[in-house]
Design a protein around this ligand. Structure first.
Ligand SMILES: Cc1ncc(COP(=O)(O)O)c(C=O)c1O
Length: 381
């Protein structure tokens, strides 16, 4: 039996053996909308770039291989990927959704999917009993889970959620943006689809907006592939190439970002002007045991509260290493204010109930020298 290569090897060499004509080691960018046919009834395998494009296909193959999925499909953004996943449901279907998820995904469910009959039921998906009760009472056809959540970093038990789905013949869709296939492979725990904002860690350099779905089985691949082509929110060749290039260094970046994040989170825990530090890798973090059991890391996202909300404008203005920007997962460290940026579309009552307060800040830790990150926070706090 052929020896299975590690994710590092598969990603580093992704796309490198594609071009048999020239031997190009870097996957060529096929900036072509259409492809000429040799004759009637014959095709090179490529007809039109909405349906398939070689550069996009190389990126999709690399992601499917990294994740051990059946196929991967690349989209023009993470939200386009979420939108495609929801097309597997029918009007009138209920779907259990993580309650403190990315604000844009919340808006998509509430304002774009609901008018077409999808019924989201928002639940704390780190509480299995609550999910079970909601599944039984609504007869939901799917669970859409973010784990860890954005921004509160709650961790869900994916195996337990998969079991609940199996009993009810429902789909488990996991937004794995925060951990990536390097740290967590939800398909191994029974998920049907993983979904990515590839804008974040997969591409990794804050230079492209992209999304992806990885499917567990051929029948799901067929349906996702159909909607990718039929709806057409595909990733262009240049952006596919940028994402592919980013993915080659994903393991290296994730390792460094995690190491930095643990140091920053530990340091924040000891700061007198900081409370409620949330990082799943902290010794007493609620999700730590689950990630130790199921994953290969804790990611590099941190959330914390400052003791005085009045200090937030100063912090956001005066940081010199962190950049005050929304997004995450790139090599540059970012600081985000969820209340006014990523979660502005949630109503005040929900934000208050979830604990997304005017004192909450979110950090995406990059690959900089960690002492520079800590010094920057020390200066502004
Ligand atoms: C967890 C998560 N999922 C999905 C998205 C949406 O991705 P995109 O911005 O690429 O559309 C984001 C964006 O921040 C996110 O953080």
């Amino acid at each position: 039996m052929e020896r299975k290569q590690a994710i590092e090897t598969r990603l580093a060499q992704a796309g490198s053996r594609w071009d048999q004509h020239t031997g190009a080691v870097s996957m060529p960018i096929y900036q072509s909308a259409t492809f000429a046919h040799p004759e009637l009834g014959k095709s090179t395998g490529f007809d039109y770039s909405r349906t398939a494009n070689p550069t996009r296909l190389a990126m999709e193959h690399a992601l499917a291989a990294a994740e051990g999925g059946d196929q991967a499909y690349a989209f023009s953004s993470g939200l386009a990927a979420v939108d495609c996943a929801l097309r597997l449901l029918n009007s009138g279907d209920h779907v259990i959704v993580t309650e403190d998820l990315y604000g844009g995904t919340f808006r998509l469910f509430e304002q774009a999917a609901k008018p077409f009959g999808i019924q989201p039921v928002f639940v704390d998906t780190s509480q299995i009993d609550a999910v079970q009760t909601a599944m039984q009472s609504t007869g939901a056809r799917a669970i859409f889970v973010e784990s860890p959540t954005n921004p509160l970093l709650k961790v869900a038990d994916l195996s337990a959620l998969a079991e609940i789905c199996r009993k009810q013949d429902a789909l488990l869709m996991v937004d794995n943006t925060f951990l990536t296939p390097y740290c967590q492979q939800p398909l191994n725990f029974g998920a049907d689809l993983t979904i990515y904002s590839a804008t974040k860690y997969l591409a990794g350099h804050n230079d492209v907006v992209a999304g992806a779905i990885v499917t567990a089985r051929p029948e799901l691949s067929e349906r996702v592939g159909f909607f990718q082509n039929a709806v057409g929110a595909i990733l262009g060749p240049m952006d596919s190439w940028l994402t592919l290039r980013g993915m080659k260094t994903l393991p290296l970046r994730m390792r460094q970002q995690q190491e930095n994040a643990l140091r920053v989170a530990d340091w924040l825990c000891g700061h007198p002007r900081v409370t409620n530090v949330r990082y799943p890798g902290l010794k007493d973090a609620p999700g730590r045991a689950l990630l130790e059991r199921d994953g290969a890391g804790f990611g590099a996202m941190i959330a914390f509260e400052v003791t005085d909300a009045a200090r937030v404008p100063h912090i956001l203005k005066e940081v010199r290493v962190f950049l005050f920007a929304e997004s995450l997962g790139g090599v540059e460290s970012l600081i985000t204010y969820p209340l006014v940026q990523t979660h502005a579309d949630m109503d005040a009552e929900l934000l208050a109930r979830l604990g997304i307060s005017d004192r909450l800040l979110r950090l995406s830790i990059g690959i900089e020298y960690v002492d520079d990150l800590i010094a920057d926070l020390e200066a502004v706090l």
